[in-house]
Design a protein around this ligand. Sequence first.
Ligand code: ZN
Length: 202
Amino acid sequence: MFFVVGIRTIRSAIGDGEFHCPACGGDRRFRKGGGRRRLVLFGVALIPLGRAGSGVECAMCCTRHDVAVLDTPTARALTLLLREAVRTLVVAVVAAVDDEPQEVDAIRAAAVEAVRAAGMPSYDACALAVDVGAHLAQDTAWALAEIAPHLAVAGREHLVGVAARVALACGAYDPAHRVILYHAGDQLGLGRARVDHVLAGP
Ligand SMILES: [Zn+2]
């Protein structure tokens, strides 16, 4: 159909990158663009009518989204955040151990296994020793704050459960471990009752 008079939006790309497309459900490339609207007469764009809203277009399915969609991390970024949260949390558990060497060894072995299972298959006792030596409580706080908004309750409980299993490798919770686990639950927005439940059967 041919329109004598109309409005056309002329878009131009102003950036690109990777995002999670909610329309086709995966990590995709995007094109970020702005646009200017013009009055069209007999198919010819004539009078500028101002800026059109900027948006993000998925390179895979071509769906246009509001730029707010870029606030959601990609699946790849979430995986890295989760891996970092596991690593720093079990490192905190190991760093708090002040017991018999036999118990320390069991907890260290469990910590290495937990980090490997979280996606770092090359993690070993040497890497753990370096991490424990460099551990700062704020590293754990930062990592948990980053991942918390993106996890459902079950995911947050799982995270505390992973650390709880490491803490239990010596047979019983050390008081210092309880402090770390409840604090982690608090940072993840879990109530005390939920942390109690996780600690009762990690
Ligand atoms: Zn898409």
